[in-house]
Design a protein around this ligand. Structure first.
Ligand SMILES: Cc1cc2nc3c(=O)[nH]c(=O)nc-3n(C[C@H](O)[C@H](O)[C@H](O)COP(=O)(O)OP(=O)(O)OC[C@H]3O[C@@H](n4cnc5c(N)ncnc54)[C@H](O)[C@@H]3O)c2cc1C
Length: 266
């Protein structure tokens, strides 16, 4: 699945440092990164994502790729494992150029590389980013909007909501692991939040959101839909909208953010 993303014409590897880490709810934490090189980040759409580079446990320093093009991955894979950083995809939850800071919100789970790093970070620890672009592009003709995601897509959905104070009629379906992660979000008129929680290890992530969208009365057509999360959620909602609801393929942006049972490459 190759999502349609917009990228700036020039991107740079950017090295920053951790400023702070704050819990949001039992399953979420926000890490603030900052530093002078943040000026090289070109602000993109509201779901602008980055490759995040961070050291493996025990590594004394962060070794970043030196090339700022698609050859970076080969460069990382050629590093000896002892020196190679972890690389994960994350969304910029908010960017504050004046303070030279950005926030990333992490959905914590198990003892994965990303979760373990968030649990051990301290101010001053190094982290790097490389712009991945943005895929949120509502067409001019859209009169209604649908946003669907699991916990990994909640930061992007909240950024999308923050970016538009006068939105079209919008339904938002967010599935989180636990009811303790449901939070109060202030939204402008016309936005209806539908929170879903699994509260069970045996329920496949994304199933509750997929079912809820299938049963829902959707906002007025023409509709623009943005869907992200576990791969089967993203593809399942898209298939449903296109096959059962008659939404044109081009009006659905979808992105499999992660795959159940598989680690992200890098
Ligand atoms: C464009 C983009 C933007 C993203 N933005 C964010 C973001 O802002 N915040 C965020 O938290 N995630 C975000 N993600 C998802 C994140 O990159 C993946 O969840 C990533 O796999 C997490 O790495 P890890 O080290 O935790 O787990 P991995 O090492 O990749 O996987 C280890 C195990 O955990 C499982 N797993 C992976 N992610 C999850 C999850 N979320 N819940 C439960 N199990 C999981 C895998 O299936 C695997 O079995 C984004 C992904 C993309 C592509």
């Amino acid at each position: 699945m190759i999502p349609r993303v917009s990228l700036p014409w020039e991107r740079r590897m950017i090295t920053l440092e951790v400023r702070r880490c704050q819990p949001v709810s039992p399953g979420f934490a926000t890490v603030t990164l900052g530093g002078p090189d943040i000026r090289h980040l070109v602000p993109g759409g509201p779901d602008q994502a980055v490759r995040l580079f961070f050291p493996r446990e025990g590594q004394p320093e962060l070794r970043m790729p030196t090339v700022s093009n698609e050859a970076w991955m080969a460069q990382v894979l050629l590093m000896p494992k002892a020196a190679r950083p972890w690389v994960r995809n994350l969304t910029i939850r908010s960017l504050r150029p004046v303070e030279r800071e950005l926030d990333i919100e992490f959905a914590l789970h198990g003892d994965s590389p990303m979760t373990s790093w968030v649990r051990r970070v301290r101010p001053g620890d190094p982290a790097g980013i490389f712009d991945l672009g943005s895929m949120y592009r509502p067409p001019e003709h859209a009169r209604g909007r649908l946003l669907v995601g699991d916990e990994s897509a909640l930061p992007a959905i909240l950024s999308i909501l923050d970016s538009d104070p006068n939105p079209p009629p919008t339904d938002v379906f967010v599935e989180v692991a636990s009811a303790y992660d449901i939070r109060s979000v202030s939204t402008p008129p016309g936005v209806r939040m539908h929170w879903l929680s699994r509260d069970s290890e045996s329920l496949r992530p994304g199933v509750r959101a997929l079912e809820a969208v299938g049963d829902a009365e959707l906002p007025e057509a023409p509709l623009y839909a943005w869907v992200a999360g576990e791969t089967r959620l993203a593809t399942g909602v898209r298939r449903h909208l296109v096959n059962d609801r008659g939404v044109p393929k081009r009006d659905v942006s979808f992105y499999g953010y992660w795959r159940l049972g598989r680690s992200a490459p890098g």
